[in-house]
Design a protein around this ligand. Structure first.
Ligand SMILES: [Fe+2]
Length: 405
């Protein structure tokens, strides 16, 4: 009898300890304050829509409040002027996630909008009982929709960041953001993708701090973004445009063509373990390029500008990688025949400007690891400035529309 009592007492303390220690863990989790950990940042701005992304430290349901800037002083008490956007799929509002992506639709071209993000914690998500916690409200930021009718457009290009956030920070520390419509991260922004920290610490947090809350970045895939166990998760952080990483759009007098050059080595190379299919992917883009060159968006623009990571020509002799050879042969004639006006690349880590010649009837600018390319496009000409990290111009050239006729 006494022995049985001892067993009951021991069991009681064991159960008590188990429950108590469990509550401690829960308490500690609850004590963590709900916060926006990364972002917000703008993606895929069009004439009529904008995608805004951010991350929280706890599972939430999220929304965006937005409106034109005309009543900024009274924000957030806009009353009927405040509009709300949220994300739903198949009838379900996106919820219980730390990764928030919301598309604002039905916007007007060339207009500025104010926005703020709001996330509300979900502390319990049972089938018939969902409990909410506190909310976190972001600051107010601004974005501007694209406009093919505007007189000018200006943009920056950086490339081959390779997760060196400090170098990126230095490259863009002294630049002006006035009238900059977008920033291209032209490939190899990551060295590979195995952990989401590489996105946040490698470039995203710097971009958010410097510009990405108000100006969108466009990540062009390089050969390094395709490597690593999370390469297939890139769309969760950098959403493709219309479901693709190759596409075109117009802004001001420019028609932009963004291409995905794929891996540098052959698909059959042992390092890819038979898990890549880039030649067919580049074939698909070639067919799309031919169709796109016949579009009104292409022909209505004053200048056609192609942005892609691997250059078709480098001006250097020596061994040429498979990817470079493939796109030179496949895309090169299409670029020449359709009449593009500028190709901007990276990949070699060596800055170069290649003037138009018999191989390519358009200039090619290849960014180095320490260069920042600024392009200003008007209806009559475009100017390319290659800047040093102190903001000084290293090289500059302009091409007039008259000379292209
Ligand atoms: Fe590269």
């Amino acid at each position: 009898m006494k022995k049985r009592l001892q067993i009951y007492i021991t069991l009681f303390f064991l159960i008590f300890f188990f429950l108590f220690s469990g509550n401690m863990t829960g308490d500690e989790e609850e004590k963590e304050i709900l916060a926006i950990t990364h972002g917000p940042y703008l993606q895929n701005i069009t004439e009529n829509s904008a995608t805004i992304m951010w991350f929280t430290n706890k599972n939430c349901v999220s929304r965006i409040e937005y409106g034109t800037g005309e009543n900024l002083r009274t924000f957030p008490q806009w009353g009927s002027l405040v509009q709300t956007a949220f994300n739903s799929s198949f009838g379900l509002i996106e919820a219980n996630t730390k990764n928030h992506k919301i598309v604002i639709r039905d916007l007007e071209p060339g207009k500025s909008y104010r926005y703020r993000v709001i996330s509300k914690e979900i502390v319990q998500f049972k089938p018939y009982e969902v409990l909410f916690g506190s909310s976190v409200v972001g600051d107010i930021f601004t974005f501007k929709t694209l406009n093919s009718q505007q007189e000018f457009t200006s943009f920056y290009v950086v490339n081959d960041i390779h997760e060196d956030a400090a170098r990126l920070d230095t490259q863009i520390q002294s630049v002006s953001w006035d009238n900059i419509d977008m920033v291209f991260l032209n490939g190899d922004t990551l060295s590979h993708f195995e952990d989401e920290k590489q996105i946040f610490e490698g470039f995203l947090d710097v971009c958010v701090n410097k510009f990405a809350k108000n100006i969108p970045f466009i990540l062009t895939r390089g050969n390094h973004e395709t490597r690593g166990v999370m390469a297939r998760n890139l769309p969760d952080y950098v959403p493709p445009r219309d479901g693709r990483y190759f596409y075109s759009f117009n802004n001001g007098p420019a028609h932009f063509i963004v291409l995905d050059t794929g891996e540098d080595k052959a698909d059959t190379h042992p390092v890819y373990a038979g898990l890549v299919d880039f030649d067919r992917y580049r074939d698909l883009q070639a067919e799309w390029l031919k169709t796109n060159a016949k579009s009104e968006d292409f022909s209505n623009a004053s200048f056609q500008i192609v942005i892609c990571h691997i250059p078709l020509f480098t001006g250097r002799t020596g061994r040429i990688g498979h990817g470079e050879q493939y796109i030179k042969k496949l895309w090169g004639p299409i670029f020449n025949d359709s009449g593009i006006d500028l190709l901007i690349c990276g990949h070699t880590h060596r800055f170069a400007i290649l003037e138009a010649d018999e191989d390519h009837n358009y200039p090619i600018v290849i960014g180095g690891r320490d260069t920042l390319i600024k392009v200003h496009v008007s209806k009559s000409e475009f100017t390319v400035d290659v800047l040093e990290s102190d903001g000084q111009i290293r090289e500059s050239f302009s091409i007039s529309a008259d000379t292209l006729k």
